[in-house]
Design a binder for this molecule. Structure first.
Ligand code: PMP
Length: 426
């Protein structure tokens, strides 16, 4: 049994087994530095998984700033102080001019919940269109639109009547593949038009601007433009969930929606925004916020607190100063090249997906039938962990390695990872 069996048992008792952990016998992680983790036995790991800690672990600029702010002041966000205003201005400066109004919260789930409420308030209706095989959070509304059966096993049974879904726009597998994937956009648009014709025009269309849950598959060209046009034609709002893919991870752009050349009405952000500290935001247009305000009120005790705001500002400073988006593009392209070399030699790799440092390696038993290699993927993750690499499967078929390391990953570490994967596959 692992040395930590007692602690694992206590964890399961305390959480009633509801909160899962990675691995059956997880390493007990004690500290981290950049894209490396160290466990209590002194073993080192490459962290290829952590899409929350974008700057890397233990960043001194962040810990110094947090420490200073905690010593000076932390309080609830209804007090008047400067950092919360600065953070909001920095966020809106990174977005198109019309997205000028900010709500600060503590997590991605809260951000998605609030985004939906904003859309409902601004349109006076509730019907919402989400994409199959998505994850958007655990709060009431976020859970309702989380359609992935891997992340939310109750998705089908718990889906309330206001949630409507369109097909997962997966160009690798699913109804339309390769060039045929261009059909997903018109199909989703037609569904929205049809809902309106049935007297249920949607308040909102919600999706990730880059298809995260299936393993980092870019949306088909023009997908968001087509679906956003149809949504707006029936008076609905377009919500881009940037919780996973925003903040430079895709390398090519700071925001996922920029890859599709659209401007959403509401944007949700979290994860990277706090580098692991609980911090999220919803950014929208003034008139949408006004409609919400006319019906209710918004207050989050710790959302945008002095410490959270300093975290948010420091994360943006470090991202800019260390040019981490550029690094995500350069190291991501390099790693992708290495993974494609492996695909040429290992038939188990069906495809390499992704952009920047959001990559997916999809394992199949047969490249023609694309039968998911689910058990093999689990075994590969366990073996990689023995070699000192932390990485996990994703997608409803659990057959895609999700590769989302801190954005400070180096070429050298990318090579170490590719060599380890090569060994395991061999
Ligand atoms: N939206 C997306 C796209 C996510 O990936 C997640 C978290 N995996 C959430 C929302 C919810 O964020 P949180 O876990 O911070 O509540």
């Amino acid at each position: 049994p692992p040395a930590d069996q007692d602690l694992l048992d206590r964890r399961d008792r305390a959480f009633a087994g509801v909160q899962e952990h990675y691995y059956d016998e997880p390493p007990r992680i004690e500290r981290g530095w950049r894209h490396h983790l160290v466990d209590t036995q002194g073993r080192g790991y490459l962290d290829m998984l952590n899409n929350v800690t974008v700057l890397g672990h233990g960043h001194p600029a962040l810990s110094d700033a947090v420490h200073r702010q905690w010593r000076r002041l932390n309080t609830n966000s209804r007090f008047h102080y400067g950092s919360v205003v600065e953070l909001s201005e920095r966020l809106t400066a990174l977005l198109p001019a019309e997205l000028d109004t900010v709500f600060l919260v503590n997590s991605g789930s809260e951000a998605v919940d609030l985004a939906l409420r904003l859309a409902w308030a601004a349109t006076g209706r509730q019907d919402t269109v989400a994409v199959e095989e998505a994850y958007h959070g655990w709060t009431y509304a976020g859970d309702a639109v989380s359609t992935s059966v891997a992340d939310n096993p109750n998705a089908l049974s718990s889906r309330p009547g206001w949630v409507h879904t369109v097909a997962a726009p997966n160009s690798y597998r699913g109804r339309h593949r390769g060039a045929e994937a261009a059909r997903y956009g018109p199909e989703a648009a037609a569904r929205i038009t049809e809902l309106a014709a049935q007297g249920r025009p949607p308040a909102a269309f919600l999706c990730e601007p880059f298809y995260g849950n299936a393993g980092g598959i870019p949306l088909p060209d023009g997908y968001l433009r087509e679906v956003y046009e149809a949504t707006r034609a029936v008076g609905g709002l377009c919500i881009a969930d940037e919780v996973q893919v925003g903040y430079g991870r895709l390398g090519t752009h700071f925001w996922g929606f920029e890859q599709q050349g659209v401007i959403p009405d509401v944007v949700t952000v979290a994860k990277a925004m706090g580098n692991g500290h609980p911090l999220g935001a919803v950014i929208t247009r003034r008139e949408i916020a006004d409609a919400y305000r006319s019906q209710g009120y918004f207050f989050s005790s710790a959302g945008g607190s002095p410490v959270s705001s300093v975290v948010g500002l420091t994360v943006l400073d470090v991202l800019r100063d260390e040019r981490l988006q550029d690094n995500a593009l350069a190291v991501g392209d390099h790693l992708r090249g290495r993974l494609e070399e492996l695909a040429a030699r290992h038939p188990l790799i069906g495809a390499v997906h992704g952009s920047g440092l959001y990559l997916g390696v999809e394992f199949v038993r047969d490249r023609e039938s694309k039968e998911p290699a689910t058990e093999e993927t689990a075994a590969i993750c366990d073996r990689l962990r023995e070699l000192g690499v932390i990485v996990q499967p994703t997608s409803d078929r659990q057959c895609v390695l999700k590769i989302k390391p801190p954005l400070c990953l180096t070429r050298r570490s990318a090579d170490v990872f590719a060599a380890a994967l090569d060994d395991v596959l061999t």
